[in-house]
Design a protein around this ligand. Structure first.
Ligand code: IPM
Ligand code: MG
Length: 370
């Protein structure tokens, strides 16, 4: 029986409670498949800084090194707590970026999906999203402004200044472009390339390299769109997009906007793939204001489990069943409080109940051997 080690990094705020629901689904996947999962929790994030003096402690790094895949919850505490941590040790700079760098997880997949029956969760008009939304945003995750050289100080005129550089080389662009073309080839064969080449030289090189890689994929049509225009069209006509590829910072911003058009960042799971290892995480923050209240939406965390099952364990059918189970819960009229807007007909349920209902539907799905 194949055995896999999964590192579970609960993170901060709502992290532990949504992770608990994700673990239910992982355990179910294990019992339904011919495999064994060793699930080990590791400290990570602001809490880890307070307990270990390091937001990404050595034990957790070792655990991640040993693991076949990593499932990570959101990180970060409120402004006051965060203020107690030295700037460079805060969970984003002290844990998340080092995690991305350690495993070179350059390919960040952020599915932006709202099934036809769930369009009422979106703030967009029904006619704009009739039939639902189904976009795969692909964000380069280990380059650009996030990882470029930074300096700050006082300039010759005595003024405080800061300088951050947006670095990419052709290899970094080429590998994410290839991932994007491969993904587009497996879907509708249309790739939207998001850039800002009217201003940024980095986008000029990006487009050049993307064009070169594109020659290997003649069946994929590339549509170039400026990042600011893409932001507009995501609202006006999101259904024109299928696969979108972009550099790190553009992806950070447009993927949050995508959460907005779905109705909640709670509907945004993600996969971060490197050459050897992948980690999976919700795209949203740790929502410390609602932590421990059993109201957070575990969809992104469970969706991240579905992506892990498919992309790291090769269990595509099981992943499909998990997605379907989550849809069924919504189809039955249930929603978590973040989704049920004022005047909504949805019956709001807790984090735990949502997880239990998803598990119930998933358990009822036909098993592989059936
Ligand atoms: C994301 C998050 C992170 C990012 C933060 C927490 C550093 O917003 O994954 O989108 O900016 O990449
Ligand atoms: Mg973000």
């Amino acid at each position: 029986m194949p055995s896999y080690t999964i590192a579970l990094l609960d993170g901060d705020g709502i992290g532990p409670e949504i992770m608990a629901e994700a673990v239910k689904i992982l355990r179910l996947a294990e019992s339904r498949s011919d495999l064994q999962l060793e699930l080990t929790h590791g400290a990570f994030g602001a809490g880890a800084w307070f307990s270990h003096g390091d937001a990404f402690p050595r034990e957790t790094r070792d655990l991640c090194d040993r693991a076949d895949a990593i499932l990570k919850g959101p990180i970060g505490l409120d402004h006051e707590q965060t203020g107690k941590i030295p700037v460079d040790m805060r969970p984003e700079r002290g844990a998340l970026l080092p995690l991305r760098r350690r495993f070179d997880t350059f390919a960040n997949f952020r599915p932006v999906r709202l099934a036809g029956g769930l369009t009422h969760f979106s703030p967009l008009k029904p006619e704009v999203i009739a039939g639902g939304i189904d976009i795969m945003m692909i964000r380069e995750l280990v380059g650009g402004l996030y990882f470029g050289a930074k300096e700050s100080g006082r300039n010759a005129a005595g003024k405080r200044y800061v300088k951050e550089s947006l670095d990419y080389d052709e290899e970094q662009i080429g590998r994410i472009a290839r991932v994007a073309f491969e993904t587009a080839r497996g879907r509708k064969k249309i790739l939207h390339n998001i850039h800002k080449s009217n201003v940024l030289k980095s986008s000029v090189l990006w487009n050049e390299v993307l064009g070169e890689v594109g020659r290997e994929f003649p069946e994929v049509e590339v549509r170039h769109i400026l990042v600011d225009a893409a932001a507009t069209y995501l609202c006006l006509n999101p259904r024109q997009f299928d696969v979108m590829v972009m550099e790190n910072m553009f992806g950070d911003i447009l993927s949050d906007q995508a959460g907005g058009i779905l109705g909640s960042l709670g509907l945004m799971p993600s996969a971060c793939l490197g050459p050897e290892k992948a980690y999976y995480e919700p795209s949203h923050g740790s929502a410390p204001d609602i932590a421990g209240k059993n109201v957070a939406n575990p969809y992104s965390m469970i969706g991240s489990v579905a992506m892990l099952l498919e992309m790291s364990l090769g269990l595509k059918d099981e992943a499909g069943h998990v997605w379907k189970a989550m849809r069924s819960v919504f189809d039955r009229g249930y929603a978590t409080p973040d989704l049920a807007g004022p005047g909504s007909d949805s019956q709001t349920i807790s984090t735990r109940s949502f997880g239990d209902l998803v598990a119930e539907h998933y358990a009822a799905a036909p098993a592989a051997a059936d």
